[in-house]
Each structure stands twice: as structure tokens, then as C-alpha cells.
Design a protein around this ligand. Structure first.
Ligand code: GAR
Length: 215
């Protein structure tokens, strides 16, 4: 799963299900930081996903593939992969994509599929992470960007951000604090993968700096 430094411009495909603020952060960082690549497409499994409007306004190609129109996970995954592969991506990003993807799909994108999860994995995989963090009484919470493996919310960790949990936090105040950090770490991780600066050894990931020095 090791990536070498790349010289060709890379292509990013981003999958969303909802408001798409992480997608927005990646699109903006790609443009303003002059990444060696572009966001080639944004794909949603929900036609009404608010994030689609932002992508279209940026002139980014969008596709909608409604999972309810497929008879099972395998047929949806296969159609989704065909839709993604039409854009010849180097990096595929799950940015609030709320569908579990099957093992065959994940294997097809091994080493180029990134997910963001709103907890400090391996704590709180799955849903309702902020609620569960508050209920568990943790003092620190956060977000994780990881390479995707067939296991749910599991895989080599590329980046994490930590936020304190305040005594008076509720689910929405904690979610907002975590989301701010998601917008910071996700673009950094996507860019590093795009530029071939991730060295993966089992579950451990080392990110090389732009010049090749370890950070
Ligand atoms: C983000 O908080 C992301 O971490 C979470 O969904 C939200 C999407 O927000 N993802 C998951 O829970 C995946 N298991 P966004 O659409 O504004 O980027």
C-alpha cells in the first residue's frame, strides 16, 4: 500500500450524502493551495444532498446514484464503482458518505480510499459518535482520517484531531467543535495521499513532508 512520489496531476472523486462541508473544504484547499490535481467529480447517493449545489457552482461534475434504486448492496456498489471509475480517480474520498461499502468495493480502491470519521478511532466506530462520547464521559473527543479497509470505520490512521469535551457540551456543540477540526485535517490528508506522501506499514502511516522530509 506504499505510495511513491507522483509527478502527474491527480484526480480526486469525492462521495457525499449530505451537506458536504468536508467536500467543500477539500475543494477550496485544492484550488487555493494549488494542489497537483483536481476534484474531478462529486457523487452523492442522495439527490437532495445540499453539498451538490456547492460542487455544481464550482463547475465540478456531479452524479447522483440513489442506493434505493438498487436491489442490494452488491449491485449498488458495482454501479457506484463504475460511476467513480469513469473519472479515473487517483484518490477517492468518503466525505460524509453514509453508506457502508462492501469488501469488493473497498478492495478495488485499496490504498486510494480515504474516510473521515467523527471520533478518535478506534473509539466510537459507527453512528451517533458525539452522543456516545458525551455519555461515556470522555474528556477528549475528535476526528480521524483513515485509509479504508473492509472493516467498518477501521484502517491505517492518516490524521487525527483532538478537541476537549466541556462539562456543558451537548451533541451539537461538540459536533460543531469536531467539524471545525475535520475541515482542517481532511484536506491535509487528501493532499498527502494525492501527492504520494503516505508511507503505510500495517496500521501505521507516516506522512512525508512535501520535500520528502518526515513530519
Ligand atoms: C462529518 O462529521 C463526518 O465526519 C461524518 O459525517 C459528517 C459529514 O459532514 N461522517 C461519518 O459519520 C461517517 N461515518 P459534511 O457532509 O458536512 O462533510
Amino acid at each position: 500500500m506504499d505510495a511513491t512520489h507522483k509527478t502527474q496531476p491527480g484526480r480526486i472523486v469525492i462521495l457525499i450524502s449530505g451537506r458536504g462541508t468536508n467536500m467543500e473544504a477539500i475543494v477550496r484547499a485544492c484550488a487555493t493551495e494549488g494542489w497537483p490535481g483536481q476534484v474531478a467529480a462529486v457523487i452523492s447517493n442522495r439527490g437532495g444532498a445540499p453539498g451538490l449545489a456547492f460542487a455544481r457552482a464550482q463547475g465540478i461534475h456531479t452524479d447522483v446514484l440513489d442506493h434505493r434504486e438498487f436491489r442490494n448492496r452488491e449491485t449498488f456498489d458495482a454501479a457506484l464503482a463504475a460511476c467513480i471509475d469513469a473519472h479515473a480517480p487517483d484518490v477517492v474520498v468518503l466525505a460524509g458518505f453514509m453508506r457502508v461499502l462492501g469488501a469488493a468495493f473497498v478492495r478495488h480502491y485499496a490504498g486510494r480510499l480515504l474516510n473521515i470519521h467523527p471520533s478518535l478511532l478506534p473509539a466510537f466506530p459507527g453512528l451517533a459518535t458525539h452522543r456516545r462520547a458525551i455519555d461515556a464521559g470522555v474528556k477528549w473527543h475528535g476526528a480521524t482520517v483513515h485509509l479504508v479497509t473492509p472493516d467498518l470505520d477501521h484502517g491505517p490512521i492518516v490524521a487525527q484531531a483532538v478537541v476537549p469535551v466541556a462539562d456543558d457540551d451537548d451533541e451539537s456543540s461538540l459536533a460543531a467543535r469536531v467539524l471545525e477540526q475535520e475541515h482542517r485535517i481532511f484536506p491535509v490528508a487528501v493532499r498527502a495521499l494525492l501527492e504520494g506522501r503516505l508511507q503505510v506499514d500495517g496500521l501505521r502511516v507516516r506522512t512525508l513532508a512535501v520535500q520528502g522530509a518526515a513530519v
